[in-house]
Design a protein around this ligand. Structure first.
Ligand code: SF4
Ligand code: NI
Ligand code: NI
Length: 713
């Protein structure tokens, strides 16, 4: 037996199964029956990525089997192995897609099956920042459940996104190990074909962020190889179908590590750095990271529980919590203050008031923590930048949940974490370690004061924190595009969108929502050669659309010539590009002469006739697409939102939940700019209309200003 025999036979098996499944589906539903995965703009994303054809019904699928067959060449070269691997993945995608016919929900907890486009867009920022340094695909059953869970946990502790296929899912359940997208351990499904759901994520990353066109198979494979840091761990025994799937993974650039020594020897595998035999499962982690060249950033933090970005989304229920600090009920706050070097003793952590073991179980308590920093190049403007990171730092603690900011924080600490020995000083350890490591360029010394004495918290909140917040807010309202001398570029997303450049201004934050002008300024200060560079704005070309010669020059340079010129304030003329990780997308709705906005969380239809995923697929990959614009949520209430086309008065529709989130700020801007009261009441949402005609009738009834504005197109 050779590798060729095994891959070809595995491929043939899956092809046969697929053909039968497609025929059976046609016999049952007819060839006109629609077929596509939900919540994606790419129908069957792998097939679309490889061939450029969107399958829309069972008849298309039947015809597409011929295309797949043409990939299944049987010469004995390595390329035949890879193409048969790709063909196997495409077959698996067909089998999985058939499960979704008629809007079925074929997967139930804990399995996810297909993952929507929005999830992939959400992964953009953590992947580029290295918060998620890689993606593991674990397939089959570990020798013992404990070894399987240990492996999962080892990746999770490194922040690696873990996807599970087959027996490992049962092994996690058997040991009660928590899985879910919120802890970055995603069981896909128990059939081996469900592995295609993670392949689909990699393929869509190329389509969404990389501007790879459907049908550009070699561009696609080059993209996934270079930019998607995924790898496979396949447990023994490997059968031919798994080996064929593995060949597909290798074709995409994802190494496969296995403990199946016998099969590996039998097929005499010689695919260096790609198919790796590691008999010791406890070494899978190290072997995989080395094979995929993934480097893990380690910050040593002296706490008794794990610290990893995988725990960021962890939810702690009331019944599981030891104690809660709740800023909505009692006085709580978090604050960063710049001090003179003589006032700061590095790594001093002071606790004032009762510790957690002196608090009744399940009680609500006050907490205030002040991080005092000193440094020669520290600026007061950076205080809020550090402070906003506390949310993520504290959430990364296993068994700790943090929401909100400033004096509206809420923190829960789980019983498990408390029992592991976690106390208040450990909050100080986390804040100290992270502030010192991430802001080393500006912070020389750092100390933390933690207070839980209720009366003292009240006093500090009103006398210390509130005046600081008020002063910062005042500074923010004076931070306008006109009021500053420079803007900043951000090219963080170039890891996935090689030609994308965000131009970040005080009134227009990065489209991911995570980078404000102050953040960009701090990033530049911390790492002058890094992703955020100063852009001057001394040579305006057209103030109306916000075009500057200096901005154009910067964009040309940072996009390596891919982009010529951009405007800051127009959706139609030279709009800014999108990478793919935008929080919202807005698009023109011609009938009402305005724009509709959809946020990533919204899965329904918009009056434009497209869902968020479909709208989002119209732009991305660092390409300009007039009429569509990706943007941050915060930008919606900005005076610069589509200023060239008339500004926020053009907004005619957004999902109800988003409207609620931006309501106060948007209404204030509308009042200030146009004297309109309660502007959001004039804006439609999904409860009012999901089609343009109903929306128009609503807007007419409300007297929405967009109806009488100049035509947009
Ligand atoms: Fe990516 Fe733009 Fe956000 Fe920077 S500001 S991380 S380039 S989306
Ligand atoms: Ni947590
Ligand atoms: Ni991005």
């Amino acid at each position: 037996v050779t590798l060729f025999d095994v891959v070809f036979s595995g491929n043939d098996t899956v092809y046969g199964l697929t053909e039968n499944a497609v025929d059976a589906a046609i016999a049952q539903h007819g060839a006109d029956k629609a077929v596509a995965f939900p919540d994606t703009a790419y129908s069957l994303p792998c097939y679309f990525g490889v061939t450029g054809t969107k399958i829309s019904n069972l008849g298309d699928m039947k015809a597409a089997l011929g295309t797949i067959k043409s990939l299944m060449t049987r010469e004995k070269r390595l390329n035949d192995v890879f193409m048969s691997g790709i063909a196997t993945a495409l077959c698996a995608e067909f089998i999985e897609a058939l499960k979704y016919i008629d809007g079925a929900a074929p997967y139930e907890a804990p399995c996810y099956g297909h993952l929507g486009d929005a999830i992939i867009r959400e992964l953009g920022v953590p992947l580029v920042t290295g918060d998620i340094p890689g993606v593991a695909v674990i397939l089959g059953s570990a020798p013992t459940a404990q070894e399987g869970v240990d492996l999962v946990k080892s990746y999770q502790a490194q922040g690696i996104l873990v996807t599970l296929v087959g027996g490992i899912i049962d092994q996690c359940e058997e040991l009660g190990y928590k899985t879910g997208a919120n802890v970055r351990v995603i069981p896909l499904g128990k059939d081996v074909t469900s592995v295609v759901h993670v392949v689909s994520v990699a393929v869509r990353a190329a389509l969404i962020f990389g501007n790879i066109q459907g049908g550009d198979a070699s561009g696609l494979m080059e993209y996934t190889m270079k930019r998607v840091p995924a790898f496979v761990n396949a447990f023994a025994p490997l059968d031919p179908v798994i080996v064929a799937c593995g060949a597909g993974a290798i074709a995409l650039g994802f190494p496969v590590v296995t403990n199946d020594v016998a099969t590996a020897e039998a097929v005499n595998i010689k695919v260096p750095k790609s198919l790796i035999v590691q008999p010791d499962v406890s070494k899978f982690n190290a072997t995989s990271l080395e094979a995929r060249d993934i480097k893990i950033k380690i910050t040593h933090i002296d706490i008794p529980v794990a610290f990893a970005s995988a725990f960021e989304g962890e939810i702690i229920r009331r019944g599981d919590m030891q104690v809660e600090f709740d800023g909505s009920r009692v006085d709580c706050f978090e604050l960063v203050q710049t001090k003179d070097a003589s006032e700061v003793e590095d790594h001093k952590i002071e606790v004032i008031g009762p510790d957690i073991d002196e608090m009744p179980e399940g009680s609500k308590q006050s907490i205030a923590y002040v991080v005092e920093v000193a440094g020669k190049t520290m600026q007061a403007d950076f205080e809020s930048v550090f402070e906003r990171k506390f949310h993520s730092y504290l959430n990364c603690v296993e068994g700790m949940m943090h929401t909100g900011q400033r004096d509206m924080i809420r923190i829960r600490i789980s019983k498990d974490t408390y029992n592991a020995g976690f106390r208040l000083k450990h909050i100080g350890e986390v804040l100290y370690a992270k502030v010192k490591s991430e802001f080393a360029a500006v912070v020389d010394k750092c100390q933390v004061k933690i207070c839980t004495d209720a009366a003292e918290c009240t006093k500090l909140r009103h006398e210390l924190a509130t005046p600081v917040y008020d002063k910062r807010d005042e500074r923010l309202t004076t931070l306008t595009d006109e009021g500053v001398d420079v803007y900043y570029s951000c090219i963080m997303c170039q890891a996935f969108s090689p030609s994308h450049v965000c131009v970040v201004t005080p009134e227009r934050l990065g489209l991911c929502g995570a980078v404000s002008w102050l953040d960009a300024k701090a990033t530049n200060e911390l790492d002058p050669q890094g992703p955020c560079q100063v852009i001057t704005k001394e040579r305006p070309i057209d103030e109306r659309i916000g075009e500057y010669e200096d901005v154009n020059e910067a964009v040309r340079k940072f996009s390596q010539g891919a982009l010529e010129d951009v405007s800051l304030y127009s959706i139609i003329e030279k709009p800014m590009t999108s990478c793919g990780c935008f929080e919202c997308i807005c698009g023109i709705e011609p009938l009402s002469n305005g724009v509709c906005i959809a946020n990533r969380e919204y899965a329904g239809m918009t009056p434009i006739g497209m869902t968020f995923s479909e709208l989002a697929s119209m732009t991305g990959g660092g390409v300009q697409t007039p009429g569509f614009m990706g943007h941050g949520k915060h930008f919606i209430a900005s005076k610069k939102f589509m200023k060239a086309e008339g500004g926020i008065e053009r907004i005619v529709w957004m999902p109800k939940e988003l409207k609620e989130q931006v309501k106060d700020r948007l209404n204030a801007t509308a009042k200030e700019l146009y004297g309109i009261d309660n502007f959001t009441d004039m804006i439609g949402d999904e409860t009012v209309a999901e089609d343009p005609e109903t929306l128009l009738a609503f807007l007419e009834e409300k007297g929405h200003p967009a109806l009488t504005m100049e035509p947009m197109m």
